[in-house]
Ligand binder design. Sequence first.
Ligand code: FAD
Length: 249
Amino acid sequence: MVAVGPRKLLWRLAEVVDVVPETPRTKSLVLDAPGWEGHRAGQHVDVRLTAEDGYQAQRSYSIASAPEEERLVLTVDRLDDGEVSPYLTDVLTVGDRLELRGPIGGYFVWDAADGGPLVLVAGGSGVVPLMAMIRHRAAVGSDVPTRLLYSSRSYEEIIYREELEDFAARDGSLEAIHTLTRSAPKGWDGYDRRIDARMLSEVAWTPEERPLAFVCGPTPLVEEVGTALVGLGHDPGRVKTERFGATGG
Ligand SMILES: Cc1cc2nc3c(=O)[nH]c(=O)nc-3n(C[C@H](O)[C@H](O)[C@H](O)COP(=O)(O)OP(=O)(O)OC[C@H]3O[C@@H](n4cnc5c(N)ncnc54)[C@H](O)[C@@H]3O)c2cc1C
């Protein structure tokens, strides 16, 4: 008898077929990944770069595209002092190839059949796996009541702003609520501070409504929001978190 172990993730080559600027610092890489077996909304891939001298660097990137889409899309935020992200946003072009493996992660995932209501809380590029959930929700015609609370430094840095506006305009059961932490345009009447318990109490449904919460972004934001949601009385078993990095803000 042959023992069947966990599926081993193999590195594969994917080709960049489009590069889409999202914000001044952020680009989406549209990839053709032959043999890709599909993914669930919220999962990520590992990307590996190899220099000519053999030096390798590896980072995780969430999948931005819905499982229903043909192409795999990653959205990368450039950290100016970073090793990998400036290469992905500024150097990589159409026709280039990169190594990736995945999909990875079975906990921070949402399928329309999981229901809701949903509260999605993001900081910066933490919106990427949540966008996969929003795109999946739209692709299958789900009307699960959904609120996205999204913290960005400025209006220009809101990733997917127009697509979120379009989704919300077409679908009364989806709301995108923004907070801008560093600068806001003249006349801005939305939130203009970091996400706190008061903001969550206004946006994140009530504990009695038993929302499913997905929180993603820089580690300090994720920890603060997770703690605040539980402090407000939400079931810790329905609050899922994913941390993107040590610093940020
Ligand atoms: C599961 C998972 C999914 C992720 N998905 C995405 C994604 O969809 N899009 C995306 O842009 N990034 C994502 N990240 C972050 C990504 O993996 C890298 O950490 C990020 O691109 C920085 O890599 P770098 O090589 O450019 O910077 P590094 O050379 O690793 O770091 C440079 C500097 O930036 C700081 N830093 C590292 N990571 C972050 C961060 N995330 N935020 C703020 N400061 C940081 C470091 O402390 C250091 O000072 C994800 C991380 C995880 C764990």
